[in-house]
Write a protein that binds this ligand. Sequence first.
Ligand SMILES: C[S@@+](CC[C@H](N)C(=O)[O-])C[C@H]1O[C@@H](n2cnc3c(N)ncnc32)[C@H](O)[C@@H]1O
Length: 264
Amino acid sequence: MSQGPVSADVKSCCATLYESDFARMLLGDSFHPGGLNLTRRLGEKLELRATARVLDVASGKGESAIFLAHTFGCEVVGIDFGAENVREATVRTEQAHLGHLVRFEQGDAERIAYPEASFDAVICECAFCTFPDKQAAAGEFARVLKPGGKVGLSDLTRATALPAELTGLLAWIACIADARPVAEYSDYLSTAGMVNVEIEPHDNALAEMVRDIQAKLLGVELMTKLKKLDLEGIDFAQAKTLASAAAAAVRAKTLGYAILTADR
Ligand SMILES: C[S@@+](CC[C@H](N)C(=O)[O-])C[C@H]1O[C@@H](n2cnc3c(N)ncnc32)[C@H](O)[C@@H]1O
């Protein structure tokens, strides 16, 4: 990792934040800009079919994996660093009666526990930028893909250096602090041996998500003050500062969002 907090702390803080009730209140169950519309776009760009075996890296609560299996009929394995995410995603799969197509396991993007050439497609939504060793993760994506397989990332991008408010630990685990210029994501994929990298900007999806989070933050804070919600330990001032700094960076086009696809 280039700079910033210690690698193991980042991974476990990230998993803990996204397992929390607070994250669910602000984000719902799909933890990336554009929600399932952008997941569908990723699936279309990867040309997913019913015969495909897909790996969803950092699968969170399983929303995208379940959606892809339901929409394209493909088999999906989701891995996530957080044990609680894996447990919840497994329950949701059973509720969706998709246990024959979808399963979840605890795992680390930088050391994927599958042999080479195991998957037709790898997706990773709004998580690559949080991985301390991005090149190792890109190398793992390429390794577990079959020749001719496809990778699809959707992630936060930055055009220039970020302001100081967007580089602390909270910003890091909120997927912002280590956002990279889109060309750098492309380089990680190329260095890992992927070809035909395509980039599709989706900045509006991020702008909408940040607006939505700002509105929900106010609501959640009010409910907490009225004692209708018990969210002990949440620093609302810090969260609001982070959200308004993110909104300003999106308006200034310093922060954006993009889909990248490439072939093995
Ligand atoms: C912003 S959430 C995105 C979740 C999901 N992809 C989605 O779009 O809803 C980031 C996820 O990355 C997971 N994560 C963070 N570091 C990881 C790692 N090294 N390996 C696997 N998962 C990781 C977290 O547990 C969290 O679920």
